[in-house]
Write a protein that binds this ligand. Structure first.
Ligand code: AMP
Length: 139
């Protein structure tokens, strides 16, 4: 999978498209998935132009997974979900739809099945309210 500068996450990183942000630093950005597979589904992306885990520099990968852990703790606290699925796809054949490396943080609750991948757009006001709580829970 080659890097496409016009992929949706590249546009979000350049400020050309909006996102519901929960965290940002020099190396990474975390924001709400607009088609969440469960309530609290959050994405973490590096600011390096890397399509997959195999393409990114080790230092940026380290920064991205550290932020993923930090955001995941806040998502767990806010949603109260007992389980968290951390997922990451490499290549269209593996299920990757956006060709910019990202980690999914997906809360899992007993007996609840996941919504289909990238299928239903959530209510933006609800996502924004959740994002504010996640921001406040970040340590
Ligand atoms: P993947 O299939 O692993 O590449 O996942 C891409 C994810 O990005 C899916 O879960 C989509 O719901 C999500 N997504 C697509 N466009 C946007 C967007 N503009 N803002 C936030 N999430 C998005």
């Amino acid at each position: 999978m080659s890097y496409d500068n016009n992929n949706v996450f590249a546009k979000i990183l350049r400020g050309e498209l909006p996102c519901i942000r929960v965290y940002e630093d020099e190396q990474t950005l975390a924001f709400m998935d607009i088609m969440p597979q469960s309530e609290g589904h959050t994405l973490v992306v590096p600011k390096e132009a890397a399509a997959t885990l195999l393409d990114i520099s080790p230092a940026m990968l380290a920064a991205t997974i550290q932020v993923t852990q930090r955001v995941a703790k806040a998502v767990k606290q806010v949603t109260g979900a007992p389980g968290l699925l951390i997922a990451q796809f490499n290549g269209a054949e593996a299920g990757q739809t956006v060709p910019h490396l990202h980690f999914h943080i997906i809360p899992r609750r007993g007996g609840e099945s996941l919504r289909h991948h990238a299928s239903e757009t959530a209510d933006m006001a609800q996502l924004q309210a959740l994002a504010e709580k996640i921001k406040a829970a970040l340590i």
